[in-house]
Design a protein around this ligand. Structure first.
Ligand SMILES: Nc1ncnc2c1ncn2[C@@H]1O[C@H](COP(=O)(O)OP(=O)(O)OP(=O)(O)O)[C@@H](O)[C@H]1O
Ligand SMILES: [Mg+2]
Length: 468
């Protein structure tokens, strides 16, 4: 099944193809001329364009073909084009093929002829798409499972995940909201030897305390009002696989004791049951709370903490690994253009603007920004103006008077500070470096040096003195 655009000036032909193709399960749009086709092509990511060659107006079939080939790539591809011609003129058809058409149909054609050609074109696309993902996977260590990132911190995270995915030790994943804790938990599961068994996730903060015990460990019929049948707990559901305890910091003290027991004994006791059941479950917990502070205040048991925290995986906030922003943005752009069947690219100015964001909501916030931009921008380009304004850098964080309990990384903090002001100056001056340097109160040379050092600009870009 594919998204197909039919372009023909002859209405009966458009109607006929649209009905026929829709009946075969395709999504179909039609255009009566090349100009209208181009409009639709800029909005929607089609898999296939079936166009008449000879059409009145500014754009004939070859024009449409050329326009398609010039479209920005969506998930690495432009639509395939099949041309139709009423005149058995082998020449034009051939020239269309030379310019990249996938195939041609000579009118009048038989139904099974169209079907064969269209199916072949769609199959080819599937193959090419699979190939691309494969190549990407081979080429870059910049992803693991669904996780994307190329910063040093993410590389280290990927390494850690590959080391520990198949051990049975408990893992505690920490990080601010939206940093990807759940995705890391899933990657640990799917990459490891338990990957073919269930991954069961439970949000410890979302289930009322009275129900949580039976949720985790199950219950026996009649063990409390409402327990009308035996119920398997999540530990049992996850047998052989992974149980992901999200927001573990929200678990009540009573349940913390029970969970600790289950982890130590590798057995669970359903509510109302006397026998314990053996389970083979790897537990991964996550929190965005400071559990050590919770231990200090008595809200979290230290024995459970050490049980869970056999291996700790810390995910840094996005603002501490800004090198990941472009990659993540492209990743989400790809996903949302495909999902919304839109054609859109981010302009370099838009990308630069994203890099100035602090993203208090981390990767989730970036994801939302891109999703909105894809939905709300009508043209094929998402420009800086189509993005919301960044929530400004908290200068106070860099000059905080209270010293964080786990210390600071001065170089990193200064680097961030520098980067954020440099990017904001470039943003304000539309990328004109000489003016940005004036705003920053530094020399042009010094700005160039910093741009290279911060990896904002490559050496060769900086060597041309194009600025006004
Ligand atoms: N490295 C990444 N690559 C691709 N997508 C990511 C990455 N990190 C996070 N995401 C995406 O960002 C969103 C938030 O991630 P996730 O739900 O895993 O965060 P979380 O840390 O569990 O947040 P919370 O504490 O709010 O539950 C998800 O849609 C996820 O797919
Ligand atoms: Mg989460």
């Amino acid at each position: 099944m594919g998204a197909i655009l039919v372009v023909d000036d002859e209405q009966s032909m458009r109607d006929f193809l649209a009905i026929y193709l829709r009946r075969n399960g395709h999504q179909v749009k039609v255009a009566a001329d090349g100009t209208k086709a181009l409009e639709l092509l800029r909005e929607t990511a089609f898999d296939l364009v079936v166009t008449d060659l000879r059409m009145p107006g500014d754009l004939d079939g070859i024009g449409v073909l050329k326009a398609v080939k010039a479209l920005p790539l969506v998930a690495g591809l432009t639509p395939e084009v099949i041309v139709m011609t009423a005149y058995a003129s082998a020449d034009t058809a051939l020239s269309a093929m030379k310019q990249g058409a996938y195939d041609y149909l000579t009118k009048p054609f038989k139904l099974d002829e169209i079907e064969v050609v269209i199916n072949r074109a769609l199959e080819k696309r599937t193959l090419v798409a699979e190939n691309l993902t494969l190549r990407e996977r081979v080429a870059g260590k910049a992803r693991l499972g669904q996780l994307v990132g190329k910063s040093r911190a993410m590389e280290q995270l990927f390494e850690l995940i590959s080391k520990i995915h198949s051990t049975k030790s408990s893992v505690l994943i920490t990080g601010e909201s939206g940093t990807g804790k759940e995705l890391v938990a899933r990657a640990l599961h799917t990459e490891g030897t338990r990957g073919t068994h269930p991954f069961v996730a439970v949000n410890c903060g979302a289930i009322p305390e009275q129900l949580m015990e039976s949720e985790l460990f199950g219950h026996k019929r009649g063990s409390f009002t409402g327990a009308v049948a035996d119920k398997r707990g999540l530990f049992q559901e996850a047998d052989g696989g992974t149980l992901f305890l999200d927001e573990i910091g929200e678990l009540s003290l009573g349940l913390q004791v029970k969970l600790l027991r289950a982890l130590q004994e590798r057995k669970v006791k359903p509510v109302g049951e006397t026998e314990e059941l053996e389970v083979d479950v790897r537990v991964i917990a996550a929190t965005n709370r400071d559990l050590e502070a919770d231990i200090a205040s008595g809200a979290f048991r230290s024995d459970l903490y050490y049980r869970l925290n056999v291996i700790e995986v810390r995910i840094p906030p996005l603002r501490h690994r800004r090198e990941d922003i472009p990659l993540l943005a492209e990743n989400f752009l790809r996903r949302f253009t495909r999902e919304q069947r839109r054609v859109a690219t981010l302009t370099p100015e838009a990308m630069r603007k994203l890099e100035t964001f602090d993203f208090p909501g981390n990767v989730r916030e970036l994801e939302n920004v891109i999703e909105r931009a894809v939905a709300l921008t009508s043209g094929p380009k998402i420009d800086a103006a189509d993005l919301p304004d960044p929530r400004p850098t908290k200068v106070s964080a860099a000059v905080a008077t209270e010293f964080p309990s786990d210390g600071i990384d001065l170089d990193q903090l200064l680097g961030e500070f520098e980067r954020s002001w440099v990017l904001r100056a470039l943003e304000l001056t539309g990328g004109v470096r000489k003016r940005a340097a004036i705003l920053l109160g530094i020399s042009f040379r010094s700005l160039r040096y910093r741009l290279q050092k911060l990896g904002i600009e490559k050496r060769d870009d900086a060597d041309e003195e194009g600025d006004a």
